[in-house]
Write a protein that binds this ligand. Structure first.
Ligand SMILES: Nc1ncnc2c1ncn2[C@@H]1O[C@H](COP(=O)(O)OP(=O)(O)O)[C@@H](O)[C@H]1O
Ligand SMILES: [Mg+2]
Length: 210
């Protein structure tokens, strides 16, 4: 089924939440992440910086399989990127995704890290789309640390944040691929979470398969 050419995919309001539209750009489906529908402070001050940042990070990652292409900035406050025709990873049942999908996903994360970028929001299932292969989307919170930067020491920690996101999905979708080191990490993570008093986390049975 061909989706309509200009469809609003999300418009939940909130001053920092852009309207998301599926549009057509030079004959191809694209995504428009648009802050122009928001208040004047967002539109004029916050959005230009946010949009430029996300665009620059995507451009820096260009060529890595599994990262959508940045196409343009429109009107200073909207970002156009390649449209990925897939469903987010949470829509798939355990066992539905092949081991190859995990290998591709891990390779994309590693290639992104090799270019000095940490995504930092990979625990969100909505940020991993699976189409012909897995894709990472939403680089709004991503951080780029340049070679030689004093923040380089912190980058190892930021990479771990992404790796823990990846591990969460590995445990759910590919438990047979978990290594002993992965299981240790998951156990440590779970005991830390049980100490977390601010938002008590209830363990879900489906996450305990390992
Ligand atoms: N490149 C893309 N291809 C397909 N859908 C996308 C793409 N980028 C965003 N979306 C859809 O729009 C939603 C919001 O986009 P996202 O970049 O996560 O915005 P936000 O920074 O506000 O969270 C995503 O969860 C996804 O459903
Ligand atoms: Mg998002």
């Amino acid at each position: 089924m061909t989706p309509p050419k200009n469809e609003v995919l999300r418009d939940k309001g909130g001053f920092l939440s852009p309207t998301i539209r599926r549009i057509e750009h030079e004959g191809r489906p694209a995504i428009l992440k648009d802050f122009r529908t928001r208040n004047v402070v967002t539109r004029r001050i916050l959005a230009p910086a946010l949009v430029r940042r996300e665009f620059a990070i995507l451009r820096h990652l260009e060529g890595i399989a599994g990262i959508p292409r940045a196409i343009a900035i429109v009107g200073g406050a909207a970002l156009v990127t390649e449209f990925i025709n897939g469903r987010h990873i949470g829509k798939y049942k355990p066992g539905e995704l092949s081991d190859e999908v995990f290998r591709q996903l891990a390779a994309t994360v590693a290639a992104m890290h090799a270019r000095g970028v940490a995504h930092l929001d990979l625990r969100q299932k909505k940020n991993i789309l699976v189409a012909d292969r897995p894709y990472l989307i939403d680089f709004a919170n991503a951080v780029r640390v340049r070679a030689g930067s004093p923040l380089r020491a912190v980058f190892a920690r930021l990479r771990q944040v992404d790796e823990s996101g990846l591990l969460k999905f590995k445990a759910r979708h590919w438990p047979h691929l978990l290594t002993d080191a992965d299981r240790d990490r998951l156990r440590r993570h779970r005991s830390l979470r049980s100490l977390w008093i601010f938002s008590p986390h209830t363990d879900r049975a489906r996450d305990k398969v390992w």
